[in-house]
Write a protein that binds this ligand. Structure first.
Ligand SMILES: Nc1ncnc2c1ncn2[C@@H]1O[C@H](COP(=O)(O)OP(=O)(O)OP(=O)(O)O)[C@@H](O)[C@H]1O
Length: 266
């Protein structure tokens, strides 16, 4: 994978932010359709502070998932910077870091939970969650204890813990996924529709867990297709449209602004 050229962080980034995205651009070239270019992000700026939960909103195709994937470096940015403040206090540009450093950050400081669990074959539910903890530096026994607590919290019954995660239902997998993604809370948690397959009771348990993480200082950048979840959890909503930031503000203001292109369900 290639990387952009590293550069020094600008002096005017907010002092306390965990994440400061500046001028982020991303295009996709569709080689199978005559090299057509899809312009997904056109120069996005946003900041997330510790304990802050920034929810991305906007119509389908606005660039929300692409933004999360650029921050996690699943996609390489086409331009701009993704400044991340590490636990050691260094500001690093995720868009320009070597792959090995990105892998290390993912292991310890930046978590990503999508709507799908990538379950390893023949690995039990408890081991799936515990190994996410050991990957973040927890001792084996502590990770198994924390995994049990996280599974209880998201309502996965004990008789399921020794089953292979691959055989669970969609909603069960999604809850195992969130337990694994939050077992050792990262400094920055990226959430891409983490409750899309859940019934109301389980959804509520997962939202409680995310709220608790925020109170312990985890910075969250999320996509929820659900106005309730945004109202309950977000401290700020950033509305994207056509790959640009259209508006940013507190949920109570943004979600009631009928002039904004929001696409969320009640
Ligand atoms: N891997 C890809 N290859 C080509 N185009 C892509 C790719 N990923 C995203 N896009 C395009 O980038 C644009 C933004 O997509 P993205 O998935 O970020 O939107 P979104 O706001 O998350 O939408 P939704 O709410 O429907 O999930 C869309 O036009 C999409 O087709």
């Amino acid at each position: 994978m290639t990387t952009l050229q590293p550069s020094a962080p600008p002096a005017d980034l907010p002092a306390g932010s965990v994440l400061s995205v500046r001028g982020l651009r991303k295009d996709f070239t569709l080689h199978t359709i005559d090299g057509r270019v899809v312009e997904a992000l056109h120069g996005v700026d946003l900041d997330v502070a510790p304990g802050e939960h920034v929810a991305l909103a906007g119509t389908s195709g606005a660039g929300k998932s692409t933004l999360l994937r650029c921050v996690y470096r699943t996609y390489l940015a086409g331009g701009g910077h993704i400044w991340f403040r590490t636990a050691a206090g260094d500001l690093v540009d995720v868009a320009a870091l070597p792959d090995a450093t990105v892998a290390d950050l993912r292991g310890h400081e930046i978590g990503y939970v999508s709507q799908f669990l990538k379950a390893q074959p023949r690995r039990s539910v408890l081991t799936t969650v515990a190994s996410a903890g050991t990957a973040r530096g927890m001792a084996r026994d502590a990770a198994r204890e924390a995994a049990a607590a996280a599974l209880r919290q998201v309502g996965i019954a004990e008789h399921l813990w020794d089953m292979h995660a691959t055989v669970l239902s969609g909603g069960q997998k999604q809850r195992v996924n969130i337990a694994a993604g939050t077992i050792a809370p990262p400094r920055l948690l990226l959430l891409d529709e983490p409750v899309s397959a859940l019934d109301p009771a389980n959804r509520s348990a997962v939202l409680d867990l995310i709220a608790r993480l925020e109170r312990t200082g985890t910075a969250v950048l999320s996509v929820f297709h659900d106005l309730d979840a945004i109202e309950r959890l977000a401290t700020r909503v950033v509305v994207l449209g056509g790959g640009r930031v259209l508006a940013s503000g507190p949920p109570e203001q943004i979600l009631r602004d009928s002039s904004l292109p929001l696409e969320v369900a009640r």
